[in-house]
Design a protein around this ligand. Structure first.
Ligand SMILES: [Zn+2]
Length: 333
């Protein structure tokens, strides 16, 4: 799906763009901020396509049929230019100079505007950011620059203050669930888990619900939780060793544990299987609800949050996870 109609949620941004087009008050520099997977690129593309669509009927833009729309849909529009970091995690001044600052001085090839979509713009180092200042302040009339960031705080204040800033908002869990059931053909229970997990991020939900890696990780964690009570410490250590392959996805790994223990807490309090996420594992959740005290669940959740902070600070994955599982085991009566 292309155009604004294909985007779920974030009405405030769609309305902003639609109104700007309608009133012909288009800014020349935008920042669209939001974490990876939130749909920044789709939004920027929808705006660019609408601006360049050759259909005269305002209500039907982008029309998805004209030459401009067809080129844009296959990323072949000569007047929509995509920029990406040219080095790992860095967009250099040389690259930005060549592909934006100098390039924007050349008139559009076919259409009314020339639109630059800068992906991961917050990876521009400060010299690159300083270099684009003048361009975003006084671009040629046809030039539009869209900076996509996942951490707007990394942009210089001077850059930020010259742009219209739009932030992508997380979507409702229900909306994500509905999308996954209709488009990815997940059953209700799977869609629940993926939606809860994605915390409002549709891209993440889609990725998780189709990822074999994620399904494996989920299964391994559940198996470990199932048997940990009766495992001697050395077996816990061995199991953690196997978990090492997930060290680059440690946030996902820990989020699964958080959701699990939230279920335990919920089930302890209300005994209602319909309320919990891991419905397929109700017998283990029930056992945990009986085996762990309220204080114990709190202690475990705190330990998970602590592990998250430690891992963010680059503490060894094995050590952090091992300590975590030992804390879980200690709290099982
Ligand atoms: Zn069109």
């Amino acid at each position: 799906m292309y155009g604004f109609d294909g985007i779920i949620g974030n009405e405030h941004i769609k309305n902003h763009f639609k109104k700007a087009i309608e009133k012909n008050r288009i800014s020349h520099a935008y920042i669209i901020d939001g974490e990876k997977g939130m749909g920044k690129m789709m939004m920027a593309k929808a705006f660019a396509m609408t601006l360049l669509c050759e259909n005269e009927d305002d209500g039907k833009r982008p029309c998805l049929k004209c030459r401009s729309c067809i080129q844009a849909m296959s990323d072949n529009s000569p007047d929509i230019i995509y920029l990406n970091p040219d080095k790992p995690s860095v967009m250099s001044i040389e690259y930005v100079r060549e592909n934006l600052i100098n390039d924007i001085m050349i008139r559009p090839y076919s259409y009314k505007y020339k639109i630059y979509i800068v992906n991961n713009a917050d990876m521009m180092n400060s010299s690159a950011q300083n270099a684009i200042l003048k361009t975003i302040e006084e671009p040629p009339g046809y030039g539009i620059i869209m900076l996509l960031t996942s951490n707007m705080g990394r942009m210089l204040t001077t850059v930020r203050s010259r742009c219209i800033k739009l932030s992508m908002e997380p979507l409702d869990r229900e909306k994500i669930k509905e999308y996954l059931m209709n488009n990815e053909h997940l059953v209700s229970y799977q869609a629940d888990v993926a939606a809860a997990f994605a915390a409002g991020n549709l891209g993440r939900a889609k990725k998780l619900s189709t990822s074999e890696d994620f399904a494996n990780m989920l299964q391994e964690i559940i198996t470990l939780l199932k048997y940990i009570k009766d495992m001697p410490a050395y077996e816990v250590v061995a199991a953690v060793k196997r978990a090492e392959e997930y060290k680059f996805q440690y946030e996902d790994y820990l989020d699964i544990l958080i959701l699990w223990f939230r279920d335990v807490l919920l089930y302890k309090a209300c005994q209602d299987a319909n309320q919990i996420l891991f419905k397929d594992e109700i017998s283990i959740i029930d056992k945990y609800a009986r085996d762990v005290s309220y204080n114990g669940v709190e202690e475990i959740l705190n330990a998970i949050y602590k592990a998250k902070i430690r891992l963010k600070a680059n503490v060894n994955f094995d050590i952090a996870i091992e300590m975590l599982y030992l804390t879980i085991r200690e709290n099982l009566i």
